[in-house]
Ligand binder design. Structure first.
Ligand SMILES: Cc1cc2nc3c(=O)[nH]c(=O)nc-3n(C[C@H](O)[C@H](O)[C@H](O)COP(=O)(O)OP(=O)(O)OC[C@H]3O[C@@H](n4cnc5c(N)ncnc54)[C@H](O)[C@@H]3O)c2cc1C
Length: 396
């Protein structure tokens, strides 16, 4: 087939990360095409995550913190997270770093236009972009369409609005960020604020909810105003930037490999962690996994392990939150009160040992989590049985 080896649909976090990992790994003979609607301008989002040591995009990290505050409804803890560092990357810096690198890769082509559709061919894929027809051996699709509800799965939305504020007096400690602050009315949902101080007088303050419905902009603004004045005691500030977004939180299955030559990546490929919404590091892991698979076998199809205990635990935590059996305020603050911070962060980053996971499981509301765990297991067994039955019937 003529054309490209790899067509990446979407030049956002996952599309650009994949192109970056492939080209950095020395795969300079592969002809790579990245399709994106339009060149990125400015800073559209902020990515936070924690890691130990330097990551692939270290040069784009805008701020770093070694200490995090966790405020429950009536308790506060300052967490020393060493050897982790909590990092913040502004998307504008990430795009600039990756663009600069890809410009130096003659095997990478950028195409700006609207992806319309694709068609599987015997040995690849045909793709339509603004009426132009392109062909490739593999397509990596990062264009996310909200998942259909699947029997037994849980769904929440993580939605948020944040302000970069500037104050006249010193109000922030640039050495400590606020991971979660639940000193805000919960209204039967999970509502918290996080604060990322950029200097003594400047911070990104983000009002975040896990719930099934979005709010009106004015309601997010009211939450931010209330937090700044009532909790932080800041009367006078200027809003310099606004950031807003929604991340799906679901344990519904994402089709990783929807047709023979197509792989879904990023949010579309199930990278948003169901129980927390953290996605950026999972995107990097997926890009590394695809890259090493290509290096090993020449093709990108990788099989995730059939039973992933983190996936099961995510389902249990998500179901506890989505059913309102325990609110996020109580769940997350208890988790941090009863465990060393590293144990929780390693678990949430999926870098923990079985012994740490067991200790963590013993620290939660055991009857509630055992009952919910049984429910999740029974729903997923029913789902698997239904699918096997359908497949057998289809085969006749
Ligand atoms: C405001 C915001 C803040 C976030 N903060 C964090 C965080 O702190 N930590 C974290 O871990 N995760 C965070 N996330 C979640 C996640 O990391 C991001 O959503 C991330 O950008 C997902 O990467 P992606 O490649 O899947 O999607 P995107 O980055 O959205 O990329 C998809 C790309 O496809 C393009 N596209 C869509 N349709 C078409 C089309 N028809 N034709 C051509 N191109 C098209 C879009 O323009 C976009 O560039 C955040 C999400 C948002 C929205």
């Amino acid at each position: 087939m003529t054309g490209f080896d790899d067509i990446i649909l979407g030049g956002g976090a996952s599309g650009l990360s994949l192109a970056y990992h492939l080209t950095r790994a020395g795969l300079s003979k592969r002809r790579i095409l990245i399709v994106e609607r339009a060149p990125k301008a400015g800073n559209e989002r902020t990515w936070c995550f924690w890691e130990n040591g330097d990551g692939p995009f270290e040069a784009a990290v805008h701020s770093r913190w070694q200490h995090l505050w966790m405020h429950g409804p009536d308790s506060s803890q300052k967490l020393d997270i060493a050897p982790y560092t909590y990092k913040m990357i502004r998307s504008g810096d990430f795009y600039a770093l990756v663009d600069d690198w890809l410009e130096r890769c003659p095997n990478v082509t950028r195409l700006y236009g609207n992806f319309e559709r694709l068609e599987e061919l015997p040995q690849g894929v045909r793709v339509w972009v603004d009426g132009q027809v392109l062909e490739g051996k593999w397509v990596y699709n990062s264009l996310y369409k909200p998942q259909m509800a699947q029997g037994g799965s849980s769904h929440l939305l993580q939605h948020f609005r944040g302000w970069v504020v500037e104050t006249e007096q010193d109000h922030f400690d640039p050495h400590s960020a606020t991971f979660m602050d639940f000193r805000t009315e919960q209204k039967g949902e999970t509502r918290f604020v996080y604060v990322l101080p950029l200097s003594k007088r400047r911070a990104l303050v983000e009002f975040t909810l896990f719930s099934s419905h979005l709010l009106e902009d004015l309601e997010y603004d009211a939450g931010l105003q209330d937090y700044l004045t009532r909790v932080l005691g800041i009367e006078s500030y200027r809003v310099l930037e606004i950031e807003q977004g929604v991340i799906p939180m679901t344990d519904a299955e994402f089709p990783l490999h929807p047709s023979p030559h197509v792989l879904n990546i990023g949010t579309a490929g199930g990278c948003a962690k169901p129980s927390t919404g953290y996605t950026f590091r999972r995107i990097q892991r997926q890009a590394q996994q695809i890259t090493s698979q290509i290096l090993k076998t020449g093709d990108p199809i990788y099989l995730p392990s059939s039973f992933d205990h983190y996936r099961w635990m995510d389902s249990v935590m998500l179901r506890v939150l989505a059913t309102g059996r325990q609110g996020g305020a109580e769940f997350f603050s208890t988790l941090f009160q009863r465990n060393p911070p590293l144990r929780v962060l390693e678990f949430l980053n999926e870098e923990s040992t079985p012994a740490q996971d067991l200790a963590l499981m013993l620290s939660v509301n055991i009857p509630l989590f055992v009952a919910t765990g049984l429910e999740v297991t029974s729903s997923s067994l029913q789902h698997t049985l239904k699918h096997s039955l359908k497949r057998s019937l289809a085969r006749g």
